[in-house]
Design a binder for this molecule. Sequence first.
Ligand SMILES: N[C@@H](CCC(=O)N[C@@H](CS)C(=O)NCC(=O)O)C(=O)O
Length: 219
Amino acid sequence: MKLELISFKLCPFVQRSVITLNYKGLPYDIRYIDLDNPPDWFKEISPFGKVPVLRVDEEMVLFESAIINEFIDDVTEGSLKPQDPLILARNRGWIEFGSNAIFDMVSLFKAETEEDYEAALETTMKNLAKVEQIFGAGPWFNGEDFSLVDCAYAPLFMRYELLNAHHRLFDAKQFPRLLAWSDRLLELEAVRTSVVEDFDELFYAHVRKPGGYGSKLLG
Ligand SMILES: N[C@@H](CCC(=O)N[C@@H](CS)C(=O)NCC(=O)O)C(=O)O
């Protein structure tokens, strides 16, 4: 099976799929596009005009990171999805929650005014508090079994680590379980190799770009 992942270097959703591909050891090619100026062939194949898109055997196109990840999992050994339908449904819900948490994190550095920033900060901290509250004994979201939920949260935590290094937003006193989970995830080979080499500089440049209150504080 030939896989080509259509990507944007900074996209956390693409990164979720890269982590899953890496973790499952499935060979793939990656092709980067400029999302500010997407090529016509991309507009034709991506129904939402978004990355990631996974081209399978040059003909079938899959989109939406959560669905791409389930596909990657289904065609490889050792499932990253729980067998119990109830736990699986719960996992899917928290993956979706993680997607919203990514958009809320972006709204922090996109905040133009102090007021917008404070509102975004409140939302993002509430998000993290909810995850802290439901996270069990670890080490992973489902306990001993590494899962697609872990793949889904690593990109969010990688970005928060970079933001925290610049301007501390939260610490281990507030979210001890979440930060321990984050540390564990960020140490994984599949996660460390899921971004381009100059990711940190690219991310900081992206944060600085809007130029408003949030970007000045966090960039
Ligand atoms: N729900 C989608 C979200 C993907 C997404 O928002 N990707 C962004 C880049 S990080 C994108 O392609 N944005 C382009 C656009 O919205 O036009 C998924 O999980 O794959």
